[in-house]
Design a protein around this ligand. Structure first.
Ligand code: G6P
Length: 298
């Protein structure tokens, strides 16, 4: 019997029709990305971390920033795009920052290409993934790429007791400069300043997003980020997330981060739809949260 022919090319088409195509590109022996093409947008994602790497709606520039020094390797967190921070946000016990979802290999559930865009479903499930968080769970991530973008997480508790999680959709938005960014919707929100370790700060105007800035805003509706340099606005709607996290490391902290290229901190602002406090999911139940992003020219 002849051996089955394996497609040894670096690029392998995994779904295609008259509206678009999804191609797998092997970056290394252990890391590959999925390249999505469609007349309304282009985008890239990877199963490592269930991570959206970029999305560019037609007629606009890239929406998400990616570090030129991002570690595209099995088990590493990727600096840029949208890391999924889950089942915890920030540090937790000795288990490191932001949970295991962003460093785990997700499974490809389904791909649907149609005239409106490309829908991709990714799944992460398991039990005892971390000594600090041992519950049995299933997370389904539903991504809809089009001239807008939406990302939904369905978090299912499959264990025989209630569990809790915190999370963030840690979007790195590409900007002309953090100096040019205004987010007027934040002006009226109470916030915790993580750098100064002060909680419950009274609302104050956000004139720019120059780092170091690391704030948790208690605000559960939409945000619009205005970039006066690139004359574009990014609107982010979210559901079931009670906070927004605003982060940029600034020059000195970024200089100590091996996966940010020189002056990379001048190219992005993170605005993260988050639940920084624990959310309880009763046993056998499901919680869903999402964000939806739209880009406008000013
Ligand atoms: O370096 P990472 O683990 O990816 O975390 C990057 C940043 O994520 C969030 O925005 C947190 O609020 C910051 O405190 C943290 O520094």
């Amino acid at each position: 019997m002849l051996p089955i022919e394996v497609n040894s090319a670096e690029f392998t088409s995994i779904a295609k029709n008259e509206y678009g195509e999804v191609v797998e590109s092997k970056i290394s022996d252990t890391f590959s990305e999925l390249i999505l093409s469609h007349e309304l947008f282009s985008a890239k994602l990877t199963l490592h971390g269930g991570h959206v790497l970029n999305w560019q709606p037609k007629g606009h520039d890239e929406v998400f920033w990616m570090s030129k020094k991002a570690q595209l390797e099995n088990g590493k967190a990727i600096r840029g795009g949208i890391p999924i921070c889950w089942p915890w946000f920030g540090p937790y016990n000795d288990a490191g920052n932001h949970g295991f979802a962003r460093t785990s290999l997700w499974q490809l559930g389904s791909i649907d290409i149609n005239s409106a865009g490309i829908k991709v479903e990714l799944v992460l499930e398991g039990e005892k993934r971390s000594e600090s968080w041992t519950h049995k769970f299933k997370v389904t991530q539903i991504l809809m790429f089009s001239n807008s973008f939406s990302q939904q997480l369905e978090i299912e508790n499959l264990s025989n007791q209630d569990f809790q999680f915190s999370n963030a959709l840690h979007s790195y938005f590409s900007v002309s400069s953090p100096e040019n960014i205004a987010i007027p919707d934040l002006n009226s929100a109470y916030f915790d300043d993580k750098i100064k370790s002060i909680q419950g700060c009274t609302p104050s105007d956000v004139f720019n997003c120059v780092g170091p800035i690391d704030k948790i805003y208690h605000h559960n509706s939409s945000m619009t980020m205005f970039d006066k340099g690139w004359k574009r606005a990014i609107e982010i709607k979210k559901s079931n997330s009670t906070q927004w996290v605003l982060w940029n490391p600034g020059k000195d902290i970024a200089a100590g981060m091996s996966d940010i290229h020189q002056q990379g901190e001048d190219e992005f602002v993170c605005l993260e739809a988050a639940n920084t406090n624990w959310v309880i999911v009763p046993k056998g139940e499901k919680v869903s949260l999402s964000q939806e992003i739209q880009v406008y020219k000013l």
